[in-house]
Design a protein around this ligand. Structure first.
Ligand code: G6P
Length: 589
């Protein structure tokens, strides 16, 4: 996944495009490029690195012209090189294309075009779009609409692209990748995410699959892939821009960890009617399947446990990338609960698409209200934590859990009393944040660890998985979440003198069992970091969390691990906001 942006207006495009790319860099950040059109001439610059770096090297902002396209890349086809960076042009150099997605049939298209004399400069799948549009424009000019419809119907896979033409028009098209038009008094944006233009306008048009937009000096026109004219509603997007800024924090990630004190409360701001629909749909379902990826998958594991424990309702969790292989019991009486921060994760959307084909009902918990997932769902609840920029999920994860506590309470006659405890929670979060200094010191001690293991049982096991994901993503240390009782069935062989092990062991029904497992590893030399409300002699380091209602520990104990992962990243000099090889919104499968 990559970010794409196009701008056409009265102001100079380059500074606007560069600023937009900085906001969408979470989508991919291995290389950057922009192209502008000035007096009928295309100027193109690209390079490897982050937006700020490439801008410093190549003075992207200084490029002339009021029309521009830009791209930040997350490599799928072809290495991280300047020639594979977007935009791509064709042979005649009269168009430039930026693309997000994967063109599955690019090899055959490329071969065909090469036989017709086209010369390719990159190893990317994306470059075929530029050459194909070029070949569909008679004499490099001709009918743009026709060239685009012909191109789009030829491409297989998932794509959103923006193309700028030397004659001063700009166009975009999408299939299974997001593309949004931003309308300002000054001009138009075509962007992967509303964050690309939210600084300039909150008026947006969300393109649907198989939509094409063409904007030229006469204005904007929308078509479908058959060339039929269509019209779309303008939506008002509502996110406060200030939240995208790091403020006084060194990184978005730490800012977002700190924001959890408030974001949990914001997750409770739900429309009652929607919550009722959500709960009634769960109650009346024959089968319930949760699905999600990464952290959202871990949130689903907690939700399943809570639903069974307090709601006495059986459900299954299928990670979204595995969903298509587990369809046997999905039918019209099934309910799929999809969990996603972005609402654009391709694996999640694909799962929903298949489930819909089987007439299942779709509920979702999603942060981006305007996302594809929100729009595809029969009913969704917003996480309301504001934009999450750090690639590793933090506040969206606890927001997802909070919503689930609220749902469980509705279904189970207030079994956990989560909402009633909201005020108390803020104090608890404040208390955990006070542990930051101690957590930073622990990070210093274990920063050179080759492996870190996290143990937890029952409700703590999904947090052990989530914690290990945070350590991998942020600090690039191999980490593994292990159900404490499984140690003796294999992982114990990995424990050596000084192996770092984090033990999630607050006082609940798992306490004694987890302590027993901790003894087993301690006696084999492990260095134990205990996260618990109760001090124990077995801990080499103790992160003391407050005593709370047993069911709330997952949402609390994850915060010290988020902090630990962040400080491990700092000590190891990795960038916690933009981990290597990753992207926040994975819109390819
Ligand atoms: C990517 C991110 C993960 C995230 C996952 C799911 O892989 O790197 O941090 O948990 O996507 O994202 P979603 O937006 O669907 O919650």
């Amino acid at each position: 996944m990559c970010s794409i942006i196009g701008f056409i207006g009265n102001s100079r495009a380059a500074p606007v495009v560069v600023e937009s790319l900085k906001k969408m860099e979470y989508r991919g950040y291995d290389s950057v490029g922009i192209a502008t059109i000035n007096s009928g001439k295309i100027m193109l610059k690209k390079g490897v690195g982050r937006v700020v770096e490439v801008n410093n090297q190549l003075n992207l902002m200084k490029m002339p012209g009021n029309i521009g396209v830009g791209h930040t890349r997350w490599a799928t086809h072809g290495g991280v090189t300047e020639s594979n960076a977007h935009p791509h042009d064709g042979c005649k150099k009269n168009i430039v294309v930026v693309h997000n997605g994967i063109i599955e049939n690019f090899r055959e298209i490329k071969k065909d075009l090469e036989q017709h004399g086209h010369i390719f400069k990159s190893q990317t799948d994306s470059e075929v779009i530029a050459h194909l549009i070029e070949s569909n424009l008679v004499d490099g000019k001709g009918n743009i609409k026709k060239a685009l419809t012909k191109t789009c119907t030829k491409l297989k896979g998932a794509f959103a692209f923006v193309v700028a033409f030397e004659d001063g028009s700009i166009a975009g098209a999408r299939l299974d990748e997001p593309l949004i038009i931003g309308l300002t008094n000054d001009g138009y944006f075509i962007s992967s995410d509303v964050l690309g233009f939210l600084e300039y306008t909150d008026r947006a048009i969300f393109l649907e699959n198989k939509d094409i937009v063409i904007i030229d000096k006469n204005g904007m026109n929308l078509f479908d892939f058959n060339g039929k004219k269509i019209s779309k509603q303008i939506t008002q997007v509502a996110w406060e821009l200030g939240e995208i800024d790091k403020g006084d924090y060194a990184h978005h990630t730490i800012k977002e960890i700190h924001e959890q004190k408030k974001s949990i409360e914001k997750a409770m701001l739900q429309d009652n009617e929607r919550v009722n629909i959500f709960c009634n749909t769960i109650r009346s379902a024959k089968n319930i399947f949760f699905t999600g990826s990464g952290s959202s998958y871990h949130a689903a594991l907690v939700a399943k446990n809570l639903l069974s424990r307090f709601g006495k309702i059986r459900s299954e969790v299928i990670m979204s990338s595995e969903f298509q292989y587990n369809l046997d019991n999905i039918d019209k009486d099934s309910v799929i609960i999809a969990i996603s921060q972005s609402g654009e994760t391709a694996d999640v959307l694909q799962s929903i698409k298949i489930a819909k084909e089987k007439n299942a009902k779709i509920l979702s918990i999603v942060n981006v209200h305007t996302s594809s997932l929100a729009r595809l769902s029969d009913c969704y609840l917003g996480i309301n934590c504001g934009p999450e920029i750090g690639v590793a999920a933090t506040k969206s994860f606890t927001g997802q859990l909070a919503i689930f506590y609220m749902i469980i309470d509705k279904i189970s006659d207030n079994a956990t009393r989560f909402v009633d405890n909201m005020k108390f929670f803020q104090e608890i979060f404040e208390g955990i944040i006070q542990l930051e200094g101690e957590i930073e010191r622990i990070a210093e001690v274990i920063k050179d660890a080759k492996d870190i293991y996290i143990l937890g049982k029952s409700l703590h096991y999904p947090i052990a998985l989530e914690g290990s994901l945070k350590i991998k993503e942020l600090a690039y240390i191999h980490a593994e979440g292990i159900a404490a009782g499984e140690l003796k069935h294999g992982p114990l062989a990995l424990i050596e003198n000084n192996t770092a092990v984090i033990v999630l062991n607050p006082e609940d029904e798992t306490f004694n069992d987890t302590l027993r497992s901790t003894n087993e590893i301690k006696s084999r030399g492990a260095y134990i970091i205990g996260i618990s409300n109760k001090e124990d002699i077995i801990f080499d380091r103790h992160i003391k969390i407050p005593t709370v209602n047993k069911s709330f520990y997952p949402i609390i104990e994850v915060i010290p691990i988020q902090l630990l992962s962040y400080y491990l990243a700092l000590k190891r000099e990795t960038n916690p906001d933009y981990p290597r090889n990753l992207a926040k919104s994975v819109t390819v499968r």
